[in-house]
Design a protein around this ligand. Sequence first.
Ligand SMILES: [Zn+2]
Length: 204
Amino acid sequence: MDCKKIGAFLARERKAARLTQAEAAKKLFVSEKTISKWENGRGLPDTGVLVNLCSLYDFSLNELLSGERLEGENYRKRAERNMEELLSQRRSNRRKIALSAAVCGAAFSVLLVCVALSAFLPLDPRLKIALLVYGFAMAVLGVGVAVFADINAGSFVCRRCGKKFVPSAKEYVFSIHTLTARKLRCPFCGAKDWCKKSLQNGDE
Ligand SMILES: [Zn+2]
């Protein structure tokens, strides 16, 4: 998805419809800042506003995602490619997140087994220590792999400026978080705020 091209297209279509950014914002129930964000290629409209956007400027969803007016054979081809791009990005990001959870779970199971074995089996103390060290090493490795896979799946959305970004591993590990959001510093506007996970990759 080419955000810059889509943005330029949106600006062109808005002017063709003889609307100012403020007027368009009002009709779409979004802020003027959001309109300008889209038009500058700093993010795509949310799914919820897509239908209204298409009817306001009178183009199809396919044309919006292509960033140009389309016709005939060209239209059908672009439609397929746009859908494929959208779906495959989400699919691969979902897979990465599932993998990350599985690896993390497996690593902690190994740790648990090691701790249990060393606690309940009459083993040589040196062997117990070796077991524990092994268990912890596996857990650390598992968390490392899980963090790597999760960071690389999609991106985080800054609440202040709306840009998408991928945090550094260190920042990711040491940030407080809920299931779907994380408190991160936005590299664009510098705000430290709760950022929602997005399955779409960054804006680049
Ligand atoms: Zn920001």
